[in-house]
Design a protein around this ligand. Structure first.
Ligand code: ADE
Length: 242
């Protein structure tokens, strides 16, 4: 997979994507990530990327020309162009799974009040938001999406870090159960007895009920979503929807 992140702050994305699992995936050639400076596509002496909004209002708007020049330069056949913006569709695990099947992703990162809408109309396949809050710019958001997508590429996670059994994978309706490791007792807190029992049936049951309890406490919306979608599955007891 090829990934281009077009931004006025390439170093923001390069940092987190250059280390750990994603950094190793880059080194191994499983993904090629380029953090591209939008200002390299300006033509004026001061390398301006923004201007005042038509119609007035606070803040600056990012000019269309550098984005058009960048995409014209970077685009390959079948590339998907994604604008990171709080106005985008919510990014979820299911989307990460789909994006991991693409061959080339180009992320456009906004800053200031937003991006000239002609960029959205003519260049962008998809607008994505990573959550209902406003960041100073879309570069951190792009790094989040790239991390979530690249870790799903074949061979990027080792067998012991499988992406299969984790929150939001599969049906996306429940969080993971709590995890423990040694020591069995720490600061007066004991690991739940059942996890030491070797009884795999009992452990699976315990994990299921803990996952449900955690979901109910932290993300009741997931359970409501499931009900709203009328997904018929018998593992969620009716009282979960009370
Ligand atoms: N840019 C600023 N805030 C953002 C968000 N929540 N998601 C994506 N891009 C953004």
């Amino acid at each position: 997979m090829k990934v281009d992140i077009v931004t006025i702050f390439p170093e923001i994305a390069a940092g987190p994507l250059g280390v750990s699992i994603i950094g190793r995936a880059v080194e191994a050639g499983q993904v090629a990530i380029r953090c591209v400076d939008l200002r390299d596509y300006t033509t004026d002496r001061h390398r301006h990327v923004d201007d005042m909004p038509y119609g007035g209002g606070p803040g600056m708007v990012m000019k269309p020309e550098p984005f058009f020049a960048a995409v014209a330069d970077l685009r390959t056949e079948g590339a998907k162009v994604i604008l990171m913006t709080p106005q985008g569709k919510p990014f979820r695990q299911a989307r990460a799974v789909e994006l991991a099947k693409e061959s080339h992703l180009i992320f456009l990162c906004g800053h200031y009040e937003g991006v000239d809408h002609r960029v959205v109309e003519a260049l962008v396949d998809e607008e994505l938001s990573i959550g209902d809050y406003v960041l100073t710019n879309g570069t951190i958001a792009a790094a989040v999406v790239v991390d979530a997508v690249v870790r799903l590429l074949p061979g990027v996670l080792g067998d012991d870090q499988s992406a299969e059994v984790e929150s939001f994978s599969g049906d996306g309706r429940r969080l993971e159960a709590p995890h423990y490791t040694r020591p069995a007792e720490y600061a007066g807190m004991a690991v739940p007895e059942v996890l030491l029992s070797g009884n795999h049936g009992a452990i699976a049951k315990w994990r299921e009920s803990q996952a449900l309890e955690r979901t109910r406490r932290n993300r009741p919306d997931l359970l409501c979503d499931a009900k709203a979608k009328s997904i018929s599955d018998d593992w969620i007891p009716d009282e979960a929807f009370a």
